[in-house]
Ligand binder design. Structure first.
Ligand SMILES: C[S@@+](CC[C@H](N)C(=O)[O-])C[C@H]1O[C@@H](n2cnc3c(N)ncnc32)[C@H](O)[C@@H]1O
Length: 311
C-alpha cells in the first residue's frame, strides 16, 4: 500500500481525477461497453461500473502492477497492453463494433511515482528506470547513456519545456553513468543557476522529460486517439484527461481538426472537399473544481476534453 503524501493525500494506488465530470459526459450515452485505456488503480472503471449497472468495462494498462492489483468484478476485464494496440484489445475482448466510450487518463499513476523502485521520482531513491511497462524499449539510464548532449537537450526542451536544457544536458553527459534517481537529481540541481533552485525541485522538468521519452508518450498519442475514434460506435464518446500542455495540445488539435470537416488547404477561397465533420466537440478544456484541487493537488493540472463520433 502506498503511504499518503501531499501529492497523494488518500494513499492507495491512485486517486482518480474528475470522476463526476467523466460520469457526467458518459451519462447521455448510457454506455454498455466502455474501454478504460489507462486503467491504473481502476478508480474511473469502478465508478463507471457502479453508475451504469449493465455496462461492461475493458481496462487496459501497459504496467503489470496495474493489472496485478485490479479488482475482481463480473463486468470488468483488465489486460496488459499499450493503448496504441486498442484495436486488437477490442477484437480480443469480443466488443468490436460495440464500443460506446473510451477513456484516456494520461500520464503516470501515483503508484508509479511513489514506488522508488520504478525510478520515476526525484524524491525517492531508486534505479533510474522510468519504464511504465516492459514494452518500453530502454530505461532512463540507458537512454542517458546512449544520447548525445544535443539529443538530451532536445528531449529536455521538447518534453520538459526546460529553460536550462543545454546546461543540464551537458552536465548529465559529463557525469554519466548514473546509478540512481538521487544521483541524477543532484547532478541536475548542481547544473541550474542558483535562482532556479528555489521553489519547485530543479529536476522536476528533467524527470518529466525523460519519462515521456522513455515511454514514447507523445510519439504514440496522436495515432492512438485517431485509432480510438475509429473504434467508437456512432455517438460514442472519447474522453481524454491530459496533465500537461504537450499532450493536451495533441488532443485539442485533433478534436478541432476532426470537428471541422473541410480538409481543403486554407488558401482555397471556397471549400471544394465537401467533407462532413466526423466528430462533434462536447467539452473543450474543462478543469477540476477548486474543491477537488484542494483535496487532490494532482487535479490542478488536469484538462478534460470530450469528442463524440458523428457517424
Ligand atoms: C493517470 S493513471 C490512470 C489512473 C486511473 N484512471 C485510475 O482511476 O486509477 C495513467 C495510467 O495509464 C497507464 N498508461 C500510460 N500510458 C499508457 C499506454 N500507452 N498504454 C497503456 N497504459 C498506459 C499508466 O501505466 C498508468 O497506470
Amino acid at each position: 500500500m502506498v503511504q499518503p503524501t501531499s501529492r497523494h493525500p488518500q494513499g492507495g494506488y491512485h486517486q482518480p481525477v474528475m470522476v463526476d465530470e467523466v460520469l457526467g459526459f458518459l451519462t447521455p450515452v448510457d454506455p454498455k461497453v466502455v474501454i478504460d485505456a489507462t486503467f491504473g488503480g481502476g478508480g474511473h472503471s469502478r465508478a463507471i461500473l457502479d453508475l451504469f449497472a449493465d455496462a461492461r468495462v475493458v481496462g487496459v494498462d501497459r504496467d503489470p502492477d496495474a493489472v496485478a492489483q485490479a479488482f475482481d468484478h463480473e463486468r470488468l476485464t483488465v489486460v496488459r497492453d499499450n493503448f496504441s494496440n486498442l484495436a486488437s484489445v477490442v477484437e480480443r475482448a469480443g466488443v468490436a463494433d460495440a464500443v460506446d466510450a473510451i477513456l484516456f487518463d494520461l500520464g503516470v499513476s501515483s503508484h508509479q511515482l511513489d514506488e522508488g523502485a520504478r525510478g520515476f521520482s526525484y524524491h525517492r531513491a531508486g534505479p533510474l528506470d522510468m519504464r511504465m511497462g516492459p514494452d518500453a524499449v530502454r530505461t532512463a539510464a540507458e537512454l542517458i547513456d546512449e544520447s548525445s548532449v544535443e539529443d538530451l537537450a532536445r528531449i529536455l526542451r521538447d518534453f520538459g519545456e526546460e529553460r536550462h536544457a543545454r546546461r543540464i544536458a551537458t552536465a548529465i553527459v559529463e557525469n554519466r553513468p548514473f546509478a540512481s534517481t538521487a544521483d541524477l537529481a543532484s547532478c541536475v540541481a548542481g547544473a541550474v543557476p542558483a535562482a532556479s533552485r528555489r521553489g519547485k525541485h530543479p529536476a522536476r522538468r528533467t524527470f518529466q522529460a525523460l519519462r515521456i521519452a522513455v515511454n514514447d508518450e507523445i510519439g504514440i498519442l496522436h495515432d492512438a486517439l485517431v485509432g480510438a475514434l475509429e473504434l467508437l460506435r456512432p455517438r460514442g464518446r472519447l474522453i481524454v484527461l491530459a496533465y500537461h500542455s504537450l499532450e493536451d495540445r495533441i488532443v485539442k488539435r485533433l478534436f478541432a481538426d476532426r470537428s471541422q470537416g473541410c480538409v481543403c488547404p486554407p488558401d482555397l477561397p471556397v471549400c471544394q472537399c465537401d467533407a462532413d465533420p466526423d466528430v462533434r466537440l462536447i467539452a473543450k478544456g474543462v478543469r477540476a473544481s477548486e474543491a477537488e484541487v484542494a483535496a487532490n493537488p494532482r487535479a490542478r493540472s488536469a484538462i478534460l476534453r470530450v469528442a463524440e463520433r458523428a457517424s
